[in-house]
Design a protein around this ligand. Sequence first.
Ligand code: KG4
Ligand code: ZN
Length: 347
Amino acid sequence: MRVLGIETSCDETGVAVYDTEQGLLSHALYSQVKLHADYGGVVPELASRDHIRKLVPLVQKALMESNSTQADIDGVAYTRGPGLVGALLVGSSFARSLAYGWKVPMVGVHHMEGHLLAPMLDEPAPEFPFVALLVSGGHSMLVRVDGIGEYQTLGETLDDAAGEGFDKTAKLLGLDYPGGPVLAKMADDGTAGRFTFPRPMTDRPGLDFSFSGLKTFAANTIKDIQKQGELSPQDKADVALAFQTAVVQTLAIKCKRALTETGLKRLVIAGGVGANKSLRESLQTMMKKLGGQVYYPRLEFCTDNGAMIAYAGAKRLEAGQLGDMSEQVSPRWSLDNLPALNHSETT
Ligand code: KG4
Ligand code: ZN
């Protein structure tokens, strides 16, 4: 079965073709980052309009690069939620129209399911069950995954998501949106130990996160430095490193706790912050010590992309879980009550 996947939940337009026999055949991505940079964050209306402009050329590109024509496509998958409502509506209307015109089934995919299944696109793919750490610009979650659609949220953020924390702290350091990756690069030149940030919520039981206090801590640290004068590049690098170290160690402590509580040995890291080098290295070392295995999507599939949606959609369509032409987008959508893959249903 060959499936066209469409992602438009936020500020990336992603399109991909996944074949259940041959694997991923093509993927095309357009990032709107430059469009939103002047505003310091994603402007929903601009995002929706840009998805409209980019979808047709990206679909043409993904079809051409996979040597497919419309006749080869057996189904269409699109991101139904969670995300920005206008952006989701663009992808959903486009995908459902294509499926209607091409007379093929379609299915709406949960964006976070896409993220947590993204490591399945590469070898070795993790076997079920595993613990997934989902850390993106909008979410920070620990999830027990027993199979496709069998998800149990173990913990989540009570305020800012990890990526949001990176972006807000980057903004305090004068970096453009989204500053997460730039802050991470800056941290490479930081002096370890000059500043020590707290590890929020690690001193009490539980698997929830809270990152907004770290941003405030960064703001206060910056204010203290400014009392002596302008922030130097070294000051910025030192704050960046202290912030990153605190986030990485907090995430590592919670991952270890989730693995102990579930008795599982496999850990999957997904979402934009999963691209962070220090997080990857730290979890790799931790899992080695624990005698377990850590899995990451390839870097380009950590952030939003169409490949993860094509994959998740293909699995559901293959199992007979077809979407309904009248289905609505779900800007807020829990991961916990999706249908499991083995309870296949035809609608
Ligand atoms: O998964 P994603 O592309 O979009 C959402 O669904 O939110 O994640 C984007 C987030 C942004 O907050 C971005 O700053 C962060 O991931 N990010 C990083 C890195 N690369 C992306 N944060 C820290 N280090 C990185 N290398
Ligand atoms: Zn995402």
